[in-house]
Design a protein around this ligand. Sequence first.
Ligand SMILES: [Zn+2]
Length: 277
Amino acid sequence: MGLSGATLGAPGRVLVARTELSDAIVEELGELFVRELRQAGSELVASDLDGIARRLQELSRRVLGRVVEAVVTTIAAGQPVERPACGQCRQPMRAVAPARPRALRGLVGDDRVRRAYFACDRCGHGVAPLDERLGLGAGALSPGPARVACRVGIAAGFGSAADLLHETLRVDVATEAVRRVTAGIGAVAEAEQQAAMVQARAGQPPPPDAAEGTPSAPMVEVDGVHVHAGGDWHEMQVGRVAPLGPATRPGKGTGRIALTLGRQSAGAGLETAALFW
Ligand SMILES: [Zn+2]
């Protein structure tokens, strides 16, 4: 059996955590795959290559969706049992359901994960702590399809993202859901940017970009333009920031060595020039 490892839960009780899938579950999932493949056999043989791939994609989504559920159930069984404190008002929360289902459209299958759900009687806030452990945000899309929906939604429109998700991953998602997930990820990015701005205003250096190494210096360009908005003219600050160096390149025709300019970011704002700086 796959029962191994033990962790201490609430005082006085020992919580046995599964650190791998049980043999029974693995065998059951294997039998499901065999059953599905037998059922699809004649249809596969009668199809062209595109038909074969699509039929297998449907089949694997059904089987792997069950695998995801089994893995999440195993993880959930090893989670601490104590009630969490409310994130809003710090009150101990009430256990509402030990295994509340949540339907998800995932990268490899559609699944229904089951996890403990708690609610705060004072402010009505509800939470499933396992969602954070799983890296789940709001909405019905799991992280993989959510990233695809967001990237394609921004580049080509929300309807195109929904079509692409169906065409490539067989994930069926409404255009409105793509819009919501894009707005949600955008809000997180905006919050990170605001936090970096607060840090910069306080005179602290911005977090380093691991991919680009530590720049020798930041290059900052700021200018003002006049924009007409709300029936009046306003001065809008526009700026460009990029890391300068540490890589170098020979200057064109001069023979001098110049620092290379890294990935540039641009911004605009209606705040005063001093604040924008
Ligand atoms: Zn609360």
